[in-house]
Ligand binder design. Structure first.
Ligand SMILES: [Zn+2]
Length: 76
């Protein structure tokens, strides 16, 4: 799980797409059996790491970017 260091919301984010990206921008997120987020973009599935989050994810609650950290409280 990831949390926004600005507003402390967890896993509330949207992806930023570069203006050159030509795909349909269909985006989905699910949790796998290990509690990790799996993101699917236009059929391509991957598990985001912190570097990816801080490059490509904007907090959908407060709008901050580059403010993500792992949320260890969310792991059991
Ligand atoms: Zn936020």
């Amino acid at each position: 799980m990831f949390k926004c260091k600005n507003c402390n919301s967890t896993d509330k984010f949207e992806l930023m797409f570069s203006p050159e990206y030509k795909g349909a921008r269909r985006y989905a997120q699910v949790y796998n059996e290990k509690g990790e987020i799996e993101i699917t973009v236009d059929g391509y599935k991957f598990i985001p790491d912190l570097q990816f989050m801080n490059a490509c994810a904007v907090c959908s609650y407060c709008g901050q970017i580059y403010m993500w950290d792992y949320d260890m409280k969310g792991r059991s």
